[in-house]
Write a protein that binds this ligand. Structure first.
Ligand code: CDT
Length: 303
C-alpha cells in the first residue's frame, strides 16, 4: 500500500462583512486540525477568502477588486502559507486572482497548489465558468462568474509531488467529464476541487435534492472512470442569507464516498488514501493504453 493522509477542509459561510484576516484564521485552524489527524495535504474551497461574490451585481472593478488577490502568496494568504510550511502540509486553495499581463489587467477564478515544503507547485484557472455576463434580473441572487472572470488559460495541468500526481479543477468543472479525463491522461492520481454551489438552481427549477445528487454523482463518476481519488471541499451554509450546499467528500477510485462532511460549517474530514488502489485499477480494467479507442473520440474535440 502507498497510503497518504488527505484532508478536505470545508468552510461554513463567509459573509460580506467578514475580513480576509478572520477567514484565514479559520483556514489555519482547520489546517492544524488536519495536521494533528495525520494529513499531508489539505483541500480548501473555491474562492475561499471571501463570500461568493458572483451572486452580486457590481458595475466597476473598483467595486469588486476587494475580492481579488494580487501576488502569491497575497498579503492575506501569507499566514496560511507560513503555518503550512512549518507543519509540512501541502494544500489547494481557491481564490480570485488579479494579474497584470503586458499592461492588461486580467482576472481569473484560480486555485494554487502548494507543496508540503512550502513550494508553489502551480496554478489552475477555472475553465468552465457558469452563469452569465449580464444579470438575468428578477432573481434573489445572480451567478455572474462570466462577468468577473476570464476563461482559464492554463489548461488542466497536473503536478508531480513526492506523494502523488495531483490535478486541480474548480466547482462547475466537476460536471464535465472532459475535465477529469484530461487530468487522468496526464497521470493525475488525485483530483482536488473546491466549490460554491447555491442550493437553488437559478437557471431552471428542479427538486432541491437534485443539487446534492448531481454533485455527488459527478464526483463518484470522476473517481471511478479515472481510477483516481477525489477531494471535494465546499464553502457552504447561508452566506448573507444565500444558501449553498455542503457535502464535502473524499471519493475512492472505486467511486465510493469514503468520508463525507455532515455539517454546513467549518469541518475537517480526512482519509488515509491508498494510491496503489488507483494504480492497480489503471493497470487492469481502466488501462487507458490497452482499452481506450481514441480513433472514435474525435468529435469530442471537433465540436
Ligand atoms: N461556483 C460554481 O461554479 N457553481 C456552480 C453553480 C452552477 S448554477 C449557475 C456549480 O456548478 O456548482
Amino acid at each position: 500500500d502507498r497510503r497518504v493522509g488527505f484532508a478536505v477542509a470545508q468552510l461554513g459561510p463567509v459573509h460580506l462583512q467578514d475580513t480576509k484576516t478572520a477567514v484565514v484564521v479559520r483556514l489555519i485552524d482547520m489546517l492544524r486540525q488536519a495536521h494533528a489527524r495525520g494529513a499531508r495535504w489539505v483541500t480548501f474551497p473555491e474562492l475561499a477568502l471571501t463570500t461568493f461574490f458572483p451572486r452580486y451585481i457590481y458595475e466597476t472593478p473598483e467595486e469588486y477588486d476587494i475580492f481579488f488577490e494580487e501576488g502569491l502568496p497575497s498579503p492575506a494568504m501569507r499566514p496560511l502559507f507560513e503555518v503550512a510550511k512549518d507543519l509540512g502540509v501541502g494544500f489547494y486553495l481557491g481564490y480570485a486572482e488579479k494579474t497584470e499581463d503586458n499592461g492588461v489587467t486580467r482576472r481569473f477564478n484560480t486555485s494554487v497548489l502548494v507543496g508540503p515544503d512550502g513550494a508553489i507547485l502551480g496554478k489552475y484557472r477555472k475553465i468552465h465558468l457558469p452563469g452569465t455576463v449580464d444579470p438575468i434580473g428578477d432573481l434573489e441572487f445572480e451567478h455572474l462568474e462570466k462577468r468577473y472572470f476570464e476563461v482559464g488559460d492554463l489548461g488542466f495541468p497536473t503536478f508531480t509531488t513526492p506523494d502523488a500526481r495531483i490535478g486541480m479543477c474548480i466547482c462547475n468543472d466537476r460536471r464535465w467529464p472532459e475535465t477529469f479525463r484530461v487530468m487522468a491522461l496526464r497521470g493525475a492520481e488525485v483530483f482536488m476541487l473546491g466549490y460554491n454551489t447555491p442550493t437553488r438552481n437559478i437557471h431552471h427549477p428542479e427538486p432541491a435534492h437534485l443539487r446534492e445528487f448531481h454533485h455527488r454523482l459527478s464526483l463518484e463518476a470522476a473517481a471511478y472512470q479515472n481510477a483516481a481519488w477525489v477531494m471535494a471541499a465546499a464553502k457552504c451554509g447561508s452566506e448573507d442569507g444565500f444558501a449553498m450546499i455542503g457535502g464535502s467528500a473524499i471519493v475512492a477510485p472505486t467511486g465510493e464516498v469514503v468520508v463525507r462532511a455532515s455539517t454546513e460549517d467549518d469541518e475537517v474530514i480526512i482519509y488515509d488514501c491508498d494510491l496503489d488502489l488507483g494504480a492497480y485499477i489503471r493497470r487492469s480494467v481502466f488501462d487507458f493504453a490497452r482499452h481506450r479507442r481514441i480513433e472514435h473520440y474525435g468529435i469530442i474535440t471537433s465540436q
